[in-house]
Design a protein around this ligand. Structure first.
Ligand code: NZQ
Ligand code: ZN
Length: 394
């Protein structure tokens, strides 16, 4: 186990009716003028937005709202929100939705704290984020884990580049988590969310750090639990137990807890972000395409780790280490495809098989034209990225 620091300051309010405490929590965390951010309309249709606005009015808290955040959220939309929130003189940002809304809320929070800096400076890594505004989250989908994570992911729509920035200043002050708010999710989003939750732990699991420890057991059990309740949620999206398990695991999976004491990888995320940046493919589906290709490409770098995964999560007990490793990858891929109904290669998705030039473009975008390597299990350079995209391009 490597040395680590663990910081997860987000206050969690979990359970039925949790959103009734939103105004109290905003006040507790110093907010008085609230800028609400939401997506394409699901929270309008469900009545959640109206209930929250009424609550703020009853609490005497002025608010302004901005809807229209799209999945794979755009930097231009965040800039629009920054301007609106500055005009309103907001001192608190409330995201009501999923990862796309919450990441936009985080960007607005940073943007209004430092209005002289364009936020791409932060996402491009040219400047560190040093100051922000408090953010609260009312979660409506179990997936990205943004409600407690240190991460925020945006697409720079001027150049088609999707990327994240990680800082503890991205951690929301509180997260309101009522599983009933996810009852209206389309099955595709439940499936993509289930895949994303699994991947946030699995990408922390594939490591060269020695050890077979508590963090491993937590990770394995989380993945098994998410598979079990992902199936149940797909069968019945009003299953409170299933939606609760997905919601809580979604947060735990991305606070960092399931990777403590080891180096994490995140190659499939980096490779997948390029697919989303170019084709606007849903985040969870980008992962179910890229992870099997990545795993097949790198598993021989440490087959015993993949074999451990196969044994503990998939119950594979026979065969050589390499055979067990391959069986685990295959079973995981089949779960994505057959049980979640998600694509595991380009041709199973809306983008279809691509020309070599597109694969080269993706590999260049992922590695800054071959000048940098991403991830850690195998640092992915241009040649590796291209090889992995080729494996997925079937
Ligand atoms: O926009 P609306 O109308 O609200 O509809 C949304 C959207 O179409 C819908 N939805 C959400 N809650 C609903 C609902 N529909 C019906 N009923 C509800 N209760 O679901 C669709 C997807 O929403 P989105 O916010 O995009 O989902 P998700 O939470 O999966 O977020 C994905 C984004 O988060 C990023 C991804 O890259 C992607 O851009 N990530 C953020 C991370 C973070 N900040 O820590 C980590 C992740 O790895 C990920 O990269
Ligand atoms: Zn993710």
């Amino acid at each position: 186990m490597q040395s680590f620091e663990y910081y997860s300051p987000t206050e969690i309010v979990f359970g039925k009716g949790a959103e009734s405490k939103t105004a109290d929590k905003i006040m507790k965390h110093g907010g008085s003028r609230v800028f609400i951010v939401y997506g394409g309309g699901s929270v309008v249709r469900s009545g959640l937005l109206g209930r929250l606005q009424n609550q703020l009015e009853a609490a005497g808290m002025p608010y302004d709202s901005m809807g229209g955040v799209q999945p794979n959220p755009l930097m231009s939309k965040a800039r629009e929100g920054i301007q609106q929130a500055l005009d309103f003189k907001a001192d608190f940002i409330l995201g009501v939705g999923g990862g796309s809304v919450l990441d936009t809320a985080k960007a607005i929070a940073h943007g209004i704290a430092t209005p002289d800096v364009d936020i791409w400076e932060y996402w491009s890594g040219r400047q560190p984020i040093t100051k922000t505004t408090p953010v609260g989250a009312v979660l409506t989908i179990s997936a990205a884990g943004s409600e407690t994570s240190n991460s925020a992911v945006l697409t720079n729509d001027e150049i088609g580049k999707k990327c994240g920035t990680n800082t503890d200043l991205n951690r929301p002050k509180f997260a309101i988590m009522n599983p009933e708010l996810t009852y209206t999710l389309p099955p595709y989003q439940i499936a993509c969310g289930t895949a994303d939750i699994i991947m946030h732990t699995l990408e922390r699991y594939m490591t060269h750090t020695e050890g077979n420890n508590f963090t491993d057991r937590v990770a394995e059990e989380l993945i098994k639990n998410v598979m079990k309740f992902g199936r149940k949620a797909l069968a019945n999206r009003k299953d409170y137990e299933a939606m609760s398990e997905l919601m809580w695991c979604g947060s735990v999976s991305h606070t960092g807890f399931t990777g403590l004491g080891r180096t994490m990888d995140f190659a499939a995320h980096k490779l997948g972000h390029e697919l989303s940046g170019k084709f606007n493919i849903t985040h969870g589906a980008s992962l179910t395409i890229m992870w099997p290709a990545w795993a097949k490409h790198v598993y021989m770098d440490r087959p015993e780790r993949f074999a451990q995964y196969a044994e503990k999560v998939w119950g594979v007990n026979s065969g050589t280490v390499e055979e067990r490793a391959r069986a685990g990858i295959r079973m995981n891929e089949e779960f994505f495809k057959k049980e979640l109904g998600l694509p595991t290669c380009f041709s199973e998705s809306e983008i279809g098989v691509q020309d070599e030039s597109v694969l080269e473009y993706l590999a260049n975008m992922c590695t800054a034209n071959g000048t940098k390597k991403v991830a850690t299990f195998r640092p992915i350079d241009y040649e590796n990225a291209l090889a992995i995209y080729k494996l997925a391009n079937r």
